[in-house]
Design a protein around this ligand. Structure first.
Ligand code: ADP
Ligand code: ASP
Ligand code: MG
Length: 449
């Protein structure tokens, strides 16, 4: 079997959903399972509803919910069997409006927010299942929540793999065996007690990979709005080229450091069985896309020793200077315990003799972290920073690459430099405003334009 995941722009309107149905019609012999994201922009619109419920009037809230229903209606009316799907969307939206009205005037709790955000995928999958059935495919809408069992860390829930594997085989296996195409939601799950959760923004790719691993897929397709994994984000570097192949590690590094095309955890469930991920453009299905698999280790990107350059804005650097650190042990442990206690994820770390610099993306719990770190040494913050990461297996074996990288960066200033143990990436921090320009300069250095 295969898993085919369609991102927001690949289900954005009726034309996109018709393209999806055509793509799936060409794959029925591969026993596909379809995973969909919310229509483009809908998750953000749902998130905005939370603010309207908090600070807006009852009329504004109602108007915003109606807007969302109309957006789905406009798509549904242009699709075969769309009206059928809309009946559920309307009932759901009414219930949602009622629950938001009750919660009006206060901030939603994380569990309530996850319940709210999950509607985008529930609705888009209804439209897609209806459109596929209308196009003559044997499709069945499946609620993924009882299958995608997670813990209760709302907003970034972790799947419980054993339970999820068993349920996926039990619930989806028989449908696939009968030649039916299950159409289900990315991004969402539920706790053992059936409380809805989400896997974090961009999490539909992760859903596809988890289901692919659970069901022993021969490949996981990620259908999106670009031709594949590219040498840089084409929105920053218009001349970026599509990679024919990349390894799991390279894809994971690129995704972690800003290449939004894949969720950073996508490769993780697939590594053990070596199941390939193929990134494809839903507007140009005839192209081969990028294959992400272990064998890609051997493939080189033309003459370039590197595969791709990514960047991630919105980064804060925390610097801790502690002269007591010199020649003592336990300092790093004490420091990391602070981050662990407050569940703050550290992305990049660089350490000197008496100081440590590390980067975080989530600023929401920074205050108590800084307060506690101040007990260990002098702490200062550099905000509005970006991480730039140069990634490629060639970094392991090509001498002199670091000097090529850092010659290309000026006049921007490089702040925190780090190279992981896998040695396939060189990562550093620059001012956020310099980020796009640094990516372009590096691209010119390594890819010639
Ligand atoms: P989807 O809605 O299909 O999940 P996303 O918006 O999450 O799509 O991801 C696709 C986007 O990722 C592209 O439009 C592109 O701008 C961006 N992107 C960033 N870095 C890269 C890269 N290295 N290769 C390809 N796309 C990238
Ligand atoms: N719809 C969700 C988001 O916008 C999940 C996804 O698209 O992968 O984050
Ligand atoms: Mg995405």
């Amino acid at each position: 079997m295969i898993v085919s995941k369609f991102g927001g722009t690949s289900v954005a309107d009726a034309d996109a959903i018709r393209r999806l149905a055509r793509i799936m019609a060409s794959r029925t012999d591969q026993r596909p399972l379809v995973v969909v994201s919310a229509l483009a922009g809908v998750t953000d619109a749902l998130l905005a509803l939370a603010s309207t419920a908090y600070g807006g009037s009852r009329d504004q809230l109602q108007a915003a919910v109606e807007d969302l229903v109309r957006r789905h209606e406009a798509v549904a009316m242009d699709l075969p069997d769309g009206e059928l799907a809309m009946a559920t969307v309307r009932t759901d939206a009414e219930a949602l409006l009622a629950s938001l009205t009750v919660a009006a005037g206060r901030r939603l709790r994380p569990a309530e927010l996850d319940h709210l955000l999950g509607h985008g995928e529930l609705w888009s999958s209804r439209l897609v299942a209806a459109a596929m059935a209308g196009a003559g495919l044997r499709a069945a809408w499946v609620d993924i929540r009882p299958i995608m069992v997670t813990d209760d860390r709302f907003g970034r829930a972790t799947p419980c793999t054993p339970a999820l594997n068993t349920r996926a085989r039990e619930c989806l296996g028989p449908l696939l065996d009968e030649g039916i195409i299950p159409v289900t939601q990315g991004f969402i799950g539920a706790t053992q007690g059936a409380v809805p959760t989400t896997l974090g923004r961009g999490g539909s790719d992760f859903t596809a990979a988890l289901l692919g691993a659970a069901l022993g897929a021969t490949k996981v397709e990620i259908w999106t709005d670009v031709d594949g994994l590219m040498t840089a984000d084409p929105r920053i570097v218009p001349t970026a080229r599509t990679l024919s192949a990349a390894s799991y590690d390279e894809a994971a590094e690129l995704a972690t450091f800003g290449a939004r095309v894949l969720h950073p955890a996508t490769a993780m469930p697939l590594v053990r069985e070596g199941i390939p991920i193929v990134v494809l453009n839903s507007r140009r299905p005839e192209l081969a896309g990028t294959i992400i698999e272990p064998a890609a280790e051997l493939e080189r990107m033309g003459d370039s020793p590197i595969r791709s350059i990514s960047w991630k804005p919105g980064i804060t650097v925390i610097n801790v200077r502690a002269p007591r650190m010199l020649g003592t042990y336990g300092f790093l442990r004490a420091m990391f315990e602070v981050f662990e206690r407050h569940e703050v994820v550290v992305d990049v770390l660089a350490s000197g003799e008496v100081s440590v610099s590390l980067t975080v993306e989530d600023r929401s719990r920074l205050e108590p972290v800084i307060h506690e770190l101040s007990e260990l040494g002098d702490v200062w913050i550099d905000d509005r920073r970006a991480i730039v990461s140069v990634v490629g297996i060639g970094l392991r074996t090509t001498p002199g690459l670091a000097s090529r990288i850092f010659r290309a960066v000026p006049p921007a200033n490089v702040e925190v430099i780090s190279q992981g143990a896998s040695a396939i990436n060189m990562t550093f921090v620059v001012r956020e405003d310099d980020g796009p320009d640094v990516v372009r300069r590096l691209h010119r250095e390594f890819f010639g334009d």
